[in-house]
Design a protein around this ligand. Structure first.
Ligand SMILES: [Zn+2]
Length: 319
């Protein structure tokens, strides 16, 4: 074991005091820690700069979310292309998700996601029961449908998940597409398109027609072109980028609710993507895997609702 020795006045120990060095972090561990460290360092730097640069806290945070999402996608693509060893967990790379409890179907991660998302959607719907809907809670009403659609998509993945996960480098070729059967691909495209549509419609700033166009394109892309191993990352990147960009560029009123949504709802989920990708084999696979990514979405929305409601006890207006 490596030790570190310093001078000591103790002659019985030959004037040396030695302590064992802690074991070094594996290279992958350091790599995994870097994005999290960089993100929080950026956050600390951004906060004082927001007022100096005339940038809203919500805009600064949304920029951070966009950068974080782009960095995650770039790291994954570079890793898959063999350009760098970013330290992604092999299990995450092989299936595209961190899937736990594969031997117990009812406790497998995709099944757990369906349970958690359904419960989360119900909780969000109950929070929106009150009429008139308190200011700032329209996000929750839309999100309840999106969270349920997310869970339903996982139920589909659970039901249709292949026994052998595809290779991360495996790309869909025309021959492979034809072997799937065009009817099956059309149905998958339609289902995924509906999934994208419902999730994009959770953002109040995305018009219905825009959501439909984006959903049609990405539904076909995920069903026919995107390798299964990149499915989660593709969906995560598309949804976070579109939702955040529309909110930043087209929000008619950027108020405290806008800032709170960026900090409490958008930011945590991007961190979970890193955690899932890097710590799947070491930690997340042993505690449910991808279900934590799903759980943090309704949980952060509930926290957002609690903060919004606590800020408008009487007047019904946010500062
Ligand atoms: Zn999910």
């Amino acid at each position: 074991m490596a030790v570190e020795c310093r001078f000591s006045a103790n002659p019985f120990k030959r004037f040396r005091h030695c302590v064992p060095l802690p074991p070094p972090l594996e290279e992958a561990g350091w790599t995994a820690a870097m994005p999290l460290f960089t993100t929080f360092a950026s956050l600390l730097l951004l906060l004082p700069l927001t007022s100096a640069a005339g940038l809203r806290l919500g805009d600064a945070m949304n920029l951070l979310v966009l950068g974080n999402t782009a960095a995650f996608t770039a790291a994954l693509l570079a890793h898959a292309a063999g350009l760098l060893d970013a330290g992604f967990s092999p299990s995450f790379l092989s299936g595209g998700f961190c899937v736990a409890n594969k031997a117990t179907p009812w406790l497998q991660s995709h099944a757990l996601c369906f349970y958690v998302d359904t419960a989360g959607a119900l909780a969000l719907a109950l929070l929106c029961w009150r009429r008139p809907l308190p200011k700032g809670l329209a996000l929750l009403e839309r999100s309840a449908r999106g969270v349920f659609a997310h869970g339903a998509a996982h139920l589909g993945l659970w039901y249709f998940s292949p026994a052998e996960p595809p290779s991360p480098a495996q790309l869909a070729s025309p021959a492979q597409l034809a072997s799937h059967g065009w009817l099956k691909l059309a149905l998958a495209s339609a289902g995924l398109g509906l999934f994208f549509f419902l999730l994009l419609r959770t953002a109040p700033t995305i018009p219905r027609s825009h959501a439909a166009l984006h959903a049609a394109f990405h539904g076909v892309a995920v069903a026919c072109v995107v390798p299964t191993a990149f499915g989660f990352s593709y969906v995560n990147t598309v949804l976070m980028t579109l939702v955040v960009l529309y909110e930043m560029l087209t929000a008619q009123q950027k108020d405290e609710a806008y800032d709170l949504a960026a900090v409490i709802v958008h930011f945590p989920v991007t961190q979970l993507a890193w955690a899932e990708g890097f710590s799947c084999d070491r930690y997340m696979k042993h505690i449910g895997g991808h279900v934590w990514y799903d759980a943090v979405i309704p949980a952060s929305l509930c926290v957002y609702a609690a903060v919004v409601l606590s800020r408008q006890p009487r007047s019904g207006k946010l500062a």
